[in-house]
Write a protein that binds this ligand. Structure first.
Ligand code: PGA
Length: 259
């Protein structure tokens, strides 16, 4: 029996102005949820305040899409972990493939970002995943190991650490990984966490799947015990899709009771 509560994180990326984000947040927060599933919303930085106000008292968590590597100072345009904390954020994405590909961020950056989050008591959602070329070349396991090296400097696990397996080829393409692919990678990631922090930490660490999670793909993915929820882009902007994802995440996993 898994003790891991399922989690859906809505990654709104660079969409929605603060006023539009507040309206959508209110709508999503009003969708009935089973207590078994947590929901978090990651709007753009300027929308955090309005979305945070919209989510107050709803039980939906406020998340951020990124954080800067430094604590404070002359870093024009950047946002610190302390600012996020003060804005009411509890979860922060680190290492999203769009930051890796478009901004050239690498594992040493992610280590520093996670350190900043730990200092503020914020939970990191560390995203990993291979490209299509890497998968086709049989390099998936090697790539994921290298990405997890961002956690090498931690002698104890970052509190609240969640992993998100997001194959780059599945993001925004409408072509999700199959449940079998996700299970295979999640099991490898869990083994890597066990090797670093021990089996107890591995069995309590949530591993989300991300990449074209939709009402069509979610039931199969969330039927798997290994899949602890989703990091969702496009579908997280559509209330009826979010309702379907929440229902799929709450549905009992065949052969494995969840608590
Ligand atoms: P998608 O994006 O659900 O639109 O594929 C997921 C993500 O990038 O986190």
């Amino acid at each position: 029996m898994s003790a891991r509560r399922r989690l859906l994180v809505a990654n709104w990326k660079m969409t929605r102005t603060p006023s539009a984000a507040a309206v959508l947040a209110r709508t999503l927060a009003s969708i009935p949820r089973s207590g078994e599933v947590e929901l978090a919303i990651a709007p753009s930085f300027p929308a955090l305040d309005r979305v945070g106000a919209a989510l107050a008292g709803t039980g939906v968590a406020l998340a951020a899409q990124d954080v800067y590597v430094e604590k404070e100072g002359a870093f024009t345009g950047e946002v610190s972990a302390a600012m996020l904390k003060d804005a009411g954020v509890t979860l922060v994405l680190v290492g999203h493939s769009e930051r890796r590909l478009l901004r050239g961020e690498r594992e040493p950056d992610f280590t520093r970002k996670i350190e900043r989050l730990v200092e503020q008591g914020l939970a990191p959602v560390y995203c990993v995943g291979e490209t299509r070329a890497e998968r086709d070349a049989g390099r998936t396991a090697e790539v994921l190991r290298k990405q997890l090296a961002a956690l090498d400097g931690f002698s104890v696990p970052p509190p609240g650490l969640t992993l998100a397996y997001e194959p780059v080829w599945a993001i925004g393409t409408g072509l999700p990984a199959t449940p079998a692919m996700a299970v295979d990678v999640h099991a490898r990631l869990r083994a890597e966490i066990a090797a670093r922090f021990g089996p107890g930490v591995a069995s309590s660490t949530r591993i989300l799947y991300g990449g074209s999670v939709s009402p069509a793909s979610a039931p199969g993915l969330f039927a798997e015990e290994e899949v602890d929820g989703g990091l969702v882009g496009n579908a997280s902007l559509v209330a009826k899709d979010v309702a379907a994802l929440l229902a799929a995440a709450a549905a009992p996993t065949p052969g494995a009771a969840r608590s």
